[in-house]
Design a protein around this ligand. Structure first.
Ligand SMILES: Cc1ncc(COP(=O)(O)O)c(C=O)c1O
Length: 409
């Protein structure tokens, strides 16, 4: 007798990152010298989940009555204001005058991705993602009835624009519609960020196609706050969207997990914008309905953290200074890894910034197993392994590229 429905019966998480990470965590508990480079979270130099002091103090002092009450399904007006201010900063006004915009509080960027993908794909649709991607995209797309196709992310050490266009055209020819899911900047798993001209070219191409077809760009900015050498540059990328002339629908997925170091609190947002106001009314209606019918209303703690930061300039400035210090620590770790990797000739995908460095290899499972014998835990991907520099200390990085190179299979 079948209990699960015919569709959900096919669901299997397999080697999910969180499952691999939890076995690495238990090993490290018993053997503290083990190196756990599995998890997509920032740890401090002592191996503890990194806390931003300003956020911790704020979180501990939030009004319990507000936290326990049901929030509005979309997070409420103050949250909408706070999240748009945070995500777009000085680019908000220009975006709001060029586009119609709507926003929704979600449980993490995962909630945002799930909401938009389930609302905007049909059974025969194909979501376009790069060949090297965050593996959970497969599950999030898998719970819709759509499928996905991939394009080669790199051509040498830069984005493969022609490969992307070729696959996009192929999808358009097959389905008459284009749904593109782009994780940028500081892509998981490679740490690649699109250059200004690469992002401009992608937007220009989608804008052109959107003049004759429905086109949706899902822009997953989970690691936005860790991008660029200087923090002040992080929001410049939103200027390129102002070139859009068509009805192209852009869905920005924001993660409070990474920005504020509050992974378990499940904060995030889905922000939709388009030149076409009718599309945005529809977006607002269906995203709200989907939210209400799945998680009902969003977790309150991240909503109140973001609202408080928005309304208190001093608090926000304090947090931004802490964030800058953490960004420098992450940059120092990545730099240390890259310098040593270059010295020992360990090849990596082009890393610019962010939590992860990815190393191509032929047998990721064997490499993963072999490194495990040395108490080093990484994430095996397809034809690559991922090392979370966000989760390991400078001391642990010393000598690591050489060991990885020796165990690559
Ligand atoms: C690329 C990418 N997008 C989205 C997410 C989801 O983050 P969260 O749901 O915690 O906000 C992650 C988390 O690892 C990620 O790596």
């Amino acid at each position: 007798m079948k209990y699960a429905n015919a569709f959900t019966d096919t669901f299997h998480l397999g080697d999910d990152i969180l499952t691999i990470a939890s076995s690495a965590k238990s090993r490290k508990k018993e053997h503290p010298e083990a190196i756990d480079a599995t998890i997509g979270a920032l740890l401090d130099e002592q191996g503890k989940l990194l806390a931003f002091e300003s956020i911790e103090t704020l979180r501990c002092n939030l009004d319990s009555q507000k936290l326990r009450a049901y929030p509005p399904v979309d997070g409420g007006k103050d949250f909408q204001n706070a999240v748009r201010n945070w995500v777009f900063k000085d680019k908000r006004a220009a975006l709001e005058s060029h586009f119609h915009m709507t926003s929704l509080a979600t449980p993490g960027a995962s909630g945002a991705l799930s909401n938009i993908l389930s609302n905007y794909t049909n059974e025969d649709d194909i979501v376009l993602i790069p060949d090297i991607h965050w593996s959970n995209y497969q599950a999030i797309i898998g719970q819709t009835k759509a499928t996905y196709d991939t394009y080669p992310l790199f051509e040498g050490d830069h984005f493969n624009l022609s490969g992307f266009k070729e696959k996009a055209l192929d999808v358009l020819n097959k389905t008459g519609k284009l749904v593109v899911l782009l994780n940028d900047p500081s892509q998981n798993p490679t740490g690649y960020s699109l250059s200004k001209t690469e992002l401009q070219s992608i937007i220009a191409y989608l804008d052109l196609q959107a003049k004759s077809h429905p086109v949706i760009l899902i822009y997953d900015i989970a690691y936005l706050d860790y991008a660029d050498t200087d923090y002040s540059l992080t929001r410049n990328r939103f200027e390129h969207f102002l070139a859009i002339e068509s009805d192209l629908l852009v869905a920005v997925c924001f993660s409070a997990s990474k920005t504020f170091g509050v992974y378990g609190l499940r904060g995030g947002a889905l922000i939709g914008f388009s030149r076409n106001g009718v599309l945005i009314e529809e977006f607002s209606r269906i995203s709200l309905y989907k939210a209400r019918s799945t998680w009902s209303c969003p977790p309150t703690t991240p909503i109140h953290i973001m609202t408080a930061l928005d309304q208190d300039d001093t608090l926000r400035m304090t947090f931004i200074e802490e964030l800058k210090a953490v960004r420098s620590l992450l940059q120092a770790r990545a730099h240390a890894f890259l310098v040593e990797a270059n010295e020992v000739g360990l090849k990596m995908y082009p890393y610019k910034e962010g939590f992860f460095i990815t190393i191509p290899c032929q047998h990721p499972q064997k490499t993963y197993q072999s490194l495990m014998t040395k108490d080093i835990f990484v994430i095996p991907l397809s034809n690559a392994i991922r090392v979370a520099v966000a989760a390991i200390s400078l001391k642990e990085i010393k000598g690591l590229p050489e060991i990885i190179k020796a165990h690559l299979q």
